[in-house]
Design a protein around this ligand. Structure first.
Ligand code: ZN
Ligand code: ZN
Length: 262
């Protein structure tokens, strides 16, 4: 009988040490352990009732162990399954000035969310580009004026505008230089245009669309053009999609450092 009890106590101790490695179980259940020991020692005697109590206590402990294990698993699973877009407090809004394919819009939201670990929403409803941004001589819209307009939209930390109209800015000594996108660096707003992204290859169009959007948003986060890695989407596109096509959908390590500095 003593041998049986001693084995039982040993296995109980081993069980407790396993628990101790988790959520400081040892300290939390010390009183319960004492009661169990007393009852177990008493069970050496002929009393069947006491033996029953000790078995009952083992049942409680095992139940508590599994409840804790279950809670721990639940916490881990909730963290793993929660959408990335809800991890950060930064709030980005996407606003459309032209109709865009629904699937493409979803892909854009997803990629912004995972790249910048932020909350990102589409601002419902098609907007009209500000008339004062129209540059009649070239049938284009001046991107800096669009940025000023986007800046006035409340409720978001960053706003990205999307249009299919051609947009331009003053660059490289040229007053009206056509661009794929423009963004403050750093600042609240940026805009992209699908006008110069055009291709019959849908997959390629999607890549260009997302990389350019991530690029302009990167500027709003304070990331300048990247000269470290030609594959980084913060490389200078120099107004051509060919440069965008050699980029990957990720930031290089130097740009990630700038992003995570804040
Ligand atoms: Zn740029
Ligand atoms: Zn980079």
């Amino acid at each position: 009988m003593n041998d049986v009890l001693s084995n039982s106590q040993k296995s109980y101790q081993a069980y407790r040490y396993r628990l101790a490695g988790m959520v400081e179980y040892k300290e939390a259940y010390k009183p319960c352990y004492k009661v169990f020991t007393i009852l177990h020692n008493q069970s050496i005697g002929p009393s069947e009732g006491v033996e029953d109590n000790s078995i009952f206590l083992i049942g409680i402990e095992v139940t508590l162990y599994y409840m804790q294990l279950f809670s721990l698993l639940l916490i881990i699973m909730t963290r793993m399954m929660s959408p990335v877009s809800s991890e950060g407090s930064l709030k980005i809004g996407v606003i459309y000035f032209s109709p865009i394919d629904v699937k493409l819009k979803k892909d854009l939201l997803y990629n912004i969310g995972i790249t910048y670990r932020c909350n990102v929403d589409e601002i419902e409803g098609l907007r009209t580009l500000p008339t004062e941004a129209y540059f009649k001589a070239r049938n284009r819209y001046r991107a800096p004026i669009i940025l000023e307009y986007l800046k006035t939209i409340h409720g978001y930390d960053k706003i990205i505008g999307v249009t299919s109209n051609d947009i331009s800015t003053t660059s490289r000594g040229v007053y009206d230089w056509g661009v794929l996108g423009l963004g403050y660096c750093p600042g609240k707003s940026c805009v992209i245009s699908t006008y110069r992204m055009k291709t019959s290859n849908k997959a390629l169009f999607k890549e260009r669309f997302i990389k350019i959007a991530l690029h302009e948003l990167g500027h709003t986060m304070g990331i300048p053009h990247c000269a470290k890695d030609l594959k980084c989407f913060m490389s200078d596109a120099e107004g051509t999609v060919r440069s965008v096509d050699r980029e990957e959908m990720s930031l290089c390590s130097s740009c990630k450092k700038i992003l995570n500095k804040d």
